[in-house]
Structure formats: structure tokens, C-alpha cells
Design a protein around this ligand. Structure first.
Ligand code: SF4
Ligand code: SF4
Length: 67
């Protein structure tokens, strides 16, 4: 089972990962990070395929994939 880790304080809230996860597993947090924006958060799920799309598309390299 794959999973991802999002560095919430590095996240700038572009939400490219949110709209591009084929499984819809990344959501917008309700809490603010150190930049004062709502970061992306992983909805821990067995559906994560480890495809890497989220990490690839993040402009700030804020996502790490664990396969
Ligand atoms: S793509 Fe990166 S910077 Fe953009 S919302 Fe996702 S984690 Fe944050
Ligand atoms: S690795 Fe793929 S399936 Fe898993 S959260 Fe990222 S985009 Fe979604």
C-alpha cells in the first residue's frame, strides 16, 4: 500500500495536487499553516496507488511518496 506525506508548512495552497490526484485523495485542510493558508492534506486511504502525480505536479516539492 502506497502513501504520501505532505509538508504542510511548505505548501502554498495552489491545490494542483488536489485537482490532479486520480483517486481524489488530497483535500484542503481547515487549519492554517505557518504561511497563513490552508494547506493540502492527504486523506489516508488504501486507494493511493503511489502513481506519483501529486509529487510530480507540486511546484514546491512538498510531497513525498512512500511505495
Ligand atoms: S501542489 Fe504542493 S504547494 Fe500546491 S497545494 Fe499541493 S502540496 Fe501545496
Ligand atoms: S500518489 Fe497518486 S493516488 Fe496517491 S495521493 Fe498522489 S496522486 Fe493520489
Amino acid at each position: 500500500m502506497a502513501k504520501i506525506k505532505i509538508n504542510k508548512d511548505r505548501c502554498k495552497g495552489c491545490y494542483l495536487c488536489v485537482v490532479n490526484c486520480p483517486q481524489g485523495l488530497i483535500k484542503v485542510s481547515q487549519e492554517l499553516n505557518v504561511k497563513g493558508i490552508k494547506p493540502a492534506v492527504f486523506s489516508a486511504s488504501r486507494k493511493c496507488t503511489g502513481c506519483g502525480m501529486c509529487a510530480l505536479i507540486c511546484p514546491d516539492r512538498g510531497i513525498i511518496i512512500y511505495r
